[in-house]
Design a protein around this ligand. Structure first.
Ligand code: FAD
Length: 440
């Protein structure tokens, strides 16, 4: 089991809240540097999570934390690229054309996240599951005091841990942003709801633009398939046994529906949307796995302080369309690990490290937001920071995101920023292929 079997300590140097990709990664990075890290996770892994599509640049963060061999040996589905049908236009991209040599993946997130959490333990972090953090008391002059609820059957009760730094990686539970009152929803035009479920025996879309039987997935690589429909868009992500299918729409569209009506709406949308209907024709819907998440786009106006850091979804999440969520979690974890490590070495400079880290996180948030939402400005985004990031990311990563941006019709601001950053000579548009039809 992914858990330390010692008693929960009363103090530590770094306390991490949450064991998703952000929390596990920052815990592994710090523990590998010999720093005393305790991670508290509310659930018991493996626990379900959405977000199964990973884009190829995630590997550099797996290399950084040392998790690469574990991920490689798990045998997740390798995907070749993406195909989208957006307002009738069909586009295809292949990751290999951008120079990526390692595959992007479709991962079962319960397995993937458990693997990362186990990696944090083997890196030296002390991990305790079924422990929910309730709040963090910053009033003590000495150290933040973390209050938790121990939900383990035999040990149920409450406790406290004093730490030098608290890192909130609690996902959309957003413990610190809730406590600070710093969580802001993206403006009402961009408020979306996602409904998703899982199917067995779905056909999938291969890199050749044809549909394939589920048993071919090892031989013919799938793509992440996305299609728009009259109220929003749908993803289709084929994994080893199950296929994740999700519907994204404006929250207003489902207003007034109760939970079972929304599930029915989800199923009807899947059954009547061209291409998705054919992929799911002989598939069996998995009762009991249906989920939904309203208002998933938000950001926190406070990200880093002298003794706290907010990472991953606990800091911000924009939109699933470009599979930037897990990447953002990894990126934030890498930035925060440097800032916390350096602050522990030289506490006099901790405010400076926090500010630098916050700027990096805002850069990445702004980049994702410009790409996914089109609406740009206000809302916690600094265009100059984003342009700086655009100039410094490896060219193949920028090219991939630029090519992908042509698949939807929302990325006008992203293109403007690329131009403002002096990067207009990119060859990315040549790597997006138009298709006249799909043989599904
Ligand atoms: C509809 C939808 C589709 C998505 N699709 C994709 C995709 O295809 N690709 C992609 O990259 N991203 C996708 N994402 C985003 C992705 O799911 C998240 O960005 C990613 O999981 C963030 O990782 P994290 O570690 O920050 O948070 P999480 O994965 O949410 O982990 C947070 C952890 O903290 C724990 N926790 C919560 N509260 C507490 C507490 N009080 N005390 C202790 N522990 C606590 C939770 O149990 C959880 O294990 C999608 C998101 C949505 C909403």
């Amino acid at each position: 089991m992914t858990i330390s079997n010692t008693e929960i300590p009363c103090s530590c140097d770094v306390l991490v809240i949450g064991g998703g990709p952000a929390g596990s990664s920052v815990a592994a990075l710090l523990a590998r540097d010999g720093i005393d890290v305790v991670l508290l996770e509310k659930a018991l892994h493996p626990r379900p999570q959405v977000g199964e599509s990973l884009i190829p640049h995630f590997w550099k963060y797996a290399d950084l934390t040392g998790a690469t061999p574990l991920i490689e040996s798990e045998g997740f589905v390798a995907k070749a690229g993406g195909i989208t049908v957006w307002n009738g236009k069909i586009h295809r991209i292949a990751f290999s054309e951008f120079g990526f040599t390692r595959p992007a993946l479709h991962v079962e997130r319960d397995v993937f996240d458990d693997l990362l959490l186990r990696h944090a333990v083997s890196s030296g972090a002390r991990v305790y599951q079924q422990i929910a953090v309730k709040e963090v008391n910053f009033s003590s002059e000495a150290r933040p005091l973390v209050h938790y609820l121990d939900k383990r059957g035999d040990k149920a009760g409450e406790g406290r841990i004093a730490c030098r730094y608290v890192i909130d990686a609690s996902g959309n539970g957003a413990v610190l942003a809730g406590q600070f009152g710093s969580k802001r929803l993206i403006d009402t035009r961009m408020r979306f709801l996602s409904l998703w479920g899982y199917f067995r025996n779905s056909r999938y879309v291969g890199a050749d633009g044809k549909s394939h039987a589920p048993e071919d997935i090892g031989a013919i690589k799938p793509v992440t398939f996305v299609t728009s429909f009259e109220d929003g868009w749908i993803w289709h992500i084929a994994m080893r046994k199950l296929t994740s299918v999700g519907v994204v729409l404006h929250t207003d569209r489902a207003r007034g529906m109760n939970g079972s009506e929304r599930e029915q709406f989800f199923l009807e949308t899947c059954r009547k949307t061209p291409y998705i209907d054919r992929l799911l024709d002989a598939a069996e819907y998995q009762e009991g796995l249906y989920c939904e998440r309203p208002d998933y786009s938000y950001y926190s106006t406070r990200l880093c302080g002298e003794n706290f850091y907010l990472l991953g979804d606990a800091a911000s999440f924009v939109d699933p369309i470009y599979s930037h969520g897990v990447l953002n979690a990894f990126y934030n974890a890498a930035m925060a690990a440097v800032a916390v490590r350096e602050s522990l070495r030289d506490p006099a400079r901790r405010a400076r490290h926090a500010q630098l880290c916050e700027n990096r996180m805002r850069q990445f948030y702004g980049f994702s937001r410009a790409l996914a939402l089109g609406e740009f400005g206000g809302d916690g985004v600094d265009a100059d920071l984003v342009k700086h990031l655009m100039r410094s990311v490896p060219r193949r990563e920028l090219d991939l995101m630029l090519a992908a941006s042509y698949m939807s019709e929302r990325a006008g601001n992203f293109h403007r920023l690329i131009e403002d950053a002096g990067l207009q000579h990119t060859e990315a548009p040549d790597k997006i292929h138009f298709m006249s039809r799909l043989e599904l």
